[in-house]
Design a protein around this ligand. Sequence first.
Ligand SMILES: [Zn+2]
Length: 153
Amino acid sequence: MEKTWVACNSCGSVNRVPFERIGQGPKCGSCKNALPFHGAIVDQNSKSLPNLIQASDKPIVVDFWAPWCGPCLSFAPTYEAVSKQFGQEFVFVKVNTEADPQAGAMYGVRGIPTLVVFTGGMEAQRISGALPAPQFTQWLSKARPAAGQNTQV
Ligand SMILES: [Zn+2]
């Protein structure tokens, strides 16, 4: 059964959730609080994001954004559409840097929106600015597990 990854924003525990359970209000296995799914996208904060990045065997895409940022809001539908397209390959994350300024500071985010891909616990690539969907998917494709590097051991 294919699963995705999410970390709990309350206790920080990393959870693996089968895709079919995403829409059923899955709860944290440790503290029983609701896991922060919005469709295929998860909200993470400075407590949960580092744990998710360390644990996940899928690449993590993070959209650092804020509610007051016009380009962030106009990029949101693109991000949502692309998350549906690539949701099996990546974990799509949003971090509200207004609600949690520390989360942006931890990853050196200076302007928003900033998009960062983490693979194997490390930052793989980042780009700033709201991208049109074709550019976003092209940029994302560079970080796909099958692209560019031999993942066979
Ligand atoms: Zn929890």
